[in-house]
Design a protein around this ligand. Structure first.
Ligand SMILES: C[S@@+](CC[C@H](N)C(=O)[O-])C[C@H]1O[C@@H](n2cnc3c(N)ncnc32)[C@H](O)[C@@H]1O
Length: 283
């Protein structure tokens, strides 16, 4: 039986914060301990100090710590999570954006903390839908996550009916085109043209200065990630997202997330009780 002592918990907490900015105290301790023991079992590690050494070695091999983070942050996601946010884009933002620039520029969207890809593929699906009626509309969709394993799964684009909430036909009826086909296990393989719309890249939001490459984004999704960070990192990220957005650009956070935003920056757009955070036109 492995006993997780307070000193172990504190060391792990320090490593996770140092590497990914995540505060372990935001996650129920029981969950952390359960996942820790599961991960150790999977790796056939029965000595906590040796497992901690693996976590510490993230500069040489980050897979162990990435998987642990993915487990404790509940990396589960699903297609069209928080549907009002996608409706806002389809019915309001896309028509407004392309009318304003007369289809001259691509709409640039960034999904930060994309997990297994359900979020950026939802964006790709509504982009494809919009393009069917507006063939001149161009989109650039980037998606990043700290977990290389999740990114691999994302690139493959194969989902169980759980990730689709069992609603593939519903989405296809609404969109009017197939989003994928079923494999022999009943999983849905997202169609190639939708997969090709998304560029996946490794991302660590803790490295705030490296995010400048996303400057010029029109839409940023960073949903159900910021909640794990302390106020200092979260505010730095919100400032950076603000700088990365073009004027009138939009930031979406998870609908159930609640934290203070830096003053005098974003305007709150209320879309039927679902909020979008907008960079004012004049900034
Ligand atoms: C709860 S999932 C959110 C997935 C998706 N955005 C959604 O809302 O459905 C959180 C994701 O954040 C990622 N993550 C955690 N810390 C991160 C960091 N420092 N940099 C980038 N991604 C991170 C995790 O690997 C996980 O995939």
């Amino acid at each position: 039986m492995i006993i997780i002592k307070k000193k172990h918990y504190e060391i792990i907490s320090k490593i996770i914060k140092e590497y990914a900015g995540i505060l372990l105290e935001r996650i129920p301790q029981k969950r952390v301990e359960k996942k820790l023991l599961e991960q150790m079992n999977q790796l056939n590690y029965f000595n906590l100090d040796s497992y901690i050494d693996l976590l510490k070695d993230y500069k040489n091999n980050s897979l162990i710590i990435d998987n642990f983070i993915s487990e404790i942050t509940i990396s589960e996601s699903y297609i069209f999570r928080n549907p009002k946010q996608f409706e806002y884009l389809i019915y309001q933002y896309f028509p407004w954006f392309f009318k304003k620039n007369n289809f001259e520029f691509p709409l640039k969207i960034w999904s930060a903390g994309c997990s297994h890809g359900e979020e950026p593929y939802s964006i790709a699906m509504i982009a494809k839908d919009f393009q069917q009626n507006n063939p001149k509309a161009k989109f650039r969709i980037n998606a990043g996550d700290i977990n290389k394993n999740s990114l691999k799964i994302a690139k493959e684009g194969v989902y169980t009916s759980k990730s689709l909430h069992g609603k593939i036909e519903f989405f296809e009826d609404k969109l009017g085109f197939p989003i994928g086909k079923y494999d022999e296990n009943g999983n849905c393989i997202i169609s190639e043209d939708i997969r090709n719309k998304v560029d996946f890249h490794w991302l660590n939001l803790k490295n705030v200065s490296s995010l400048k490459i996303m400057q010029g984004s029109d839409i940023i999704f960073c949903r159900n990630v910021l909640i794990y960070f302390d106020e200092v990192l979260r505010n730095k990220l919100l400032d950076t997202f603000f700088d990365c957005l073009n004027p009138s650009g939009i930031l979406f956070i998870g609908e159930s997330e609640c934290f203070p935003f830096p003053k005098n920056k974003f305007e709150v757009v209320d879309n039927q009780g679902s909020y979008a955070y907008k960079k004012p036109e004049s900034r």
